[in-house]
Design a protein. Structure first.
Length: 231
């Protein structure tokens, strides 16, 4: 199977130029599904720290690049929404956050903020033994007690993978739109309109200067610090 991906057909969220060259690197298997951006693309095309896959492999072999607290040795490892990329030797830390065009962007954060990451609860189910398992937006599974609901957000400690904070999905909570025409905008949930049948619920979000509506699949509950250091 080819390791190449045509630039014109990459997801709109990928932070790559589509018309400069024909191909880019294909994401490997892993978190975030097809929306995940290969780590080498961020290292090469966004940060400019490497010039090739070979250089990326060498850098990763030094265990000097961490994703969500773990050393990564696969340059095609998919990177997606709210992942934390750390370069401890350079004292540089980034959170993946959508810009206002909906493309994934690297938001600089401090070292303390890099100790944890945000996850949206996409699913919740009972597993063997009576425990409750949460499935997060990036595919991570966590065993918890029964106090969480689908569409809530949780903060995961990157060291022991425990939940250290919880933000419910409800009116009055701070959210960001991660897809659609309003991607990258941050505001407070003004109203959640429940749609009858199989249609998506509609969320009205109030920002500093406007109200906008989007489907609830496109909003992600956040804490103020997850919006970036200058919010």
């Amino acid at each position: 199977m080819s390791n190449h991906q045509k630039r014109l057909s990459v997801p709109k969220s990928w932070p790559v130029e589509r018309k400069t060259e024909t191909f880019t690197v294909k994401a490997g298997a892993g978190p975030h599904g097809e929306a995940g951006v290969p780590l080498v693309v961020l290292l090469r095309d966004v940060l400019g720290y490497v010039d090739s896959k070979k250089e990326a492999r060498y850098a990763l072999s030094e265990d000097s690049i961490l994703v969500n607290g773990d050393a990564i040795n696969d340059e095609q490892r998919p990177i997606g929404m709210f992942d934390i990329i750390a370069f401890p030797d350079l004292e540089e830390y980034y959170r993946i956050f959508p810009d206002e065009g909906g493309r994934l962007a690297l938001t600089p954060i401090d070292a303390d903020a890099a100790d944890s990451r945000l996850g949206k609860i996409d699913g919740k189910q009972q597993v063997a033994g009576g425990d409750t398992q949460l499935t997060l937006h990036d595919g991570t599974n966590i065993i918890v007690d029964d106090e969480y609901s689908a569409k809530d957000s949780v903060v995961i400690d990157n060291d022991d993978k425990s939940i250290v904070a919880h933000f419910p999905y409800e009116e009055g909570e701070l959210v960001t739109a991660v897809r659609g025409n309003h991607a990258g905008k941050i505001g407070t949930i003004e109203n959640i309109e429940v749609t009858k049948g199989s249609g998506s619920n509609i969320v009205t979000v109030e920002t500093d200067d406007e109200l906008f509506e989007t489907v609830e699949e496109y909003v992600f509950v956040i804490d103020e610090k997850f919006a970036g250091d200058d919010e």
